[in-house]
Design a protein around this ligand. Structure first.
Ligand SMILES: *Cc1c(COP(=O)(O)O)cnc(C)c1O
Length: 387
């Protein structure tokens, strides 16, 4: 038991935050100020992030999952509707569809990138289909030209779950500006953090109004606007939630955002070392990166080749034993018990299911040092030689 707790303590995580004294100072300044929540830092963070991705509006909320729920609400997803989604994602993507009483329809991924396969979407579109949620898995943007064409043809919304892809680009355009609404998360493993936090970006003011009301109980204006106008009255017009983020978090977010490009650069440097290493490893192939994009490398995902002498299960355990906190992103969403109970069957997305048995995410985050990267590749080398 003692050994076990020790090894867990020393695990190199697959991802973690990078916080410096400027971040601490920014958050502390707000703690000492008048507004702890729903103050000026929220608007400032929203504007800065919207500007960064190249859209008119940002709306900050309490986390990425809440942002997804807000997006489903904003595009008016209702019971009986269907929404197309990738099965290789964090459960929250599909859950947000169910929050609105609608049905997730899983469309298989391309085996090379594990991004939703545009060739397989149209066959799943019915009269009930209201939207597609594209997931920029690992930080690789989806094929937005193809997705936009499909969403225009069928007049359905295109939502981007870009929780992996802040800072990524597709054909020279920043992720965040490529769909009707894009969703980001600021969980500590993501590119920038606010502890918990999320943001929606869009060019549509109609969506902004709906989302701002939805994050605040369905009330039609927030307290600050009321106090400016000296009105005591407020009206709840729809059923909303408390999905507000705090000013403390947004001050941290602003400070983090100023370092985003540096963070992405560090992630690229780590990915380049891994790429070089895996060129000479015949048992393992990193998942593909297309050259129409700038990757954000939230994850560095490898595939254990079917001809390999080692399987994913054993490699996972050996790396964990060596203190390397590898992870698996993701089990197909519909393989979770809750989804099984809803009636989703095995076999509906064969590529996703096949990939799931062979993928592994290696540690990648800005604070991963050269010596730790070396330790990871040397450990891998040692394990593979022994097979
Ligand atoms: C992190 C993540 C979310 C959820 O974000 P939270 O801020 O943790 O709620 C949703 N989708 C994907 C793909 C994510 O990686």
């Amino acid at each position: 038991m003692k050994d076990n707790s020790n090894s867990i303590k020393h695990q190199i995580p697959y991802g973690r935050q990078s916080i410096d004294e400027n971040d601490v100072f920014a958050a502390c300044t707000v703690i000492r100020s008048e507004w702890l929540t729903t103050g000026p830092k929220i608007t400032e963070f929203e504007q800065l992030l919207a500007e960064y991705v190249g859209v008119k509006y940002g709306v900050a909320v309490s986390n990425g999952t809440a942002a997804l729920h807000c997006a489903m609400y904003a595009i008016d997803i209702q019971p009986g509707d269907e929404v197309i989604v990738s099965p290789i994602t964090f459960i929250a993507t599909a859950n947000s569809i169910i929050y609105q009483g609608a049905t997730p329809v899983f469309v298989d991924v391309s085996p090379e990138t594990l991004l939703i396969d545009p060739d397989k979407i149209e066959e799943k579109i019915t009269d009930k289909t209201k939207a597609i949620i594209a997931v920029d898995y690992a930080g690789h943007p989806c094929d937005y030209d193809r997705l936009k064409k499909i969403s225009n043809k069928y007049n359905i919304a295109l939502i981007a779950d870009a929780c992996h892809a802040l800072g990524a680009e597709y054909k020279g355009k920043r992720v965040g500006s490529l769909a009707d609404i894009t969703v980001f998360s600021f969980h500590p493993v993501k590119h920038i953090t606010t502890g918990e936090g999320g943001m929606l970006t869009t060019n549509s003011y109609k969506y902004v109004e709906k989302i701002k009301s939805f994050r605040n109980h369905g009330i039609d204006m927030d307290f600050r606007e009321r106090s400016k106008k000296s009105l005591w009255n407020y009206e709840m017009i729809e059923l909303g939630y408390n999905y507000r983020i705090t000013d403390i978090q947004c001050a941290l977010g602003i400070s983090q955002l100023s370092k985003l490009d540096f963070f992405i650069k560090k992630r690229h440097e780590i990915a380049a070392v891994y790429n070089r290493f895996f060129k000479s490893v015949k048992d393992i192939t990193p998942i593909s990166v297309l050259n129409n994009c700038h990757h954000a490398y939230h994850l560095y995902v490898i595939k254990i080749n079917s001809s390999s002498r080692i399987n994913r299960h054993d490699l996972f355990n050996l790396l964990r034993k060596a203190g390397i906190g590898v992870n698996v992103h993701y089990k197909p969403v519909y393989w979770h018990l809750y989804y099984k109970k809803l009636g989703y069957l095995h076999g509906i997305c064969p590529q996703a299911e096949k990939a799931y048995t062979s993928i592994l995410s290696l540690p990648i985050f800005p604070g991963l040092t050269d010596s730790l990267i070396k330790y990871i590749t040397e450990t891998l080398k040692g394990i593979l030689i022994e097979q």
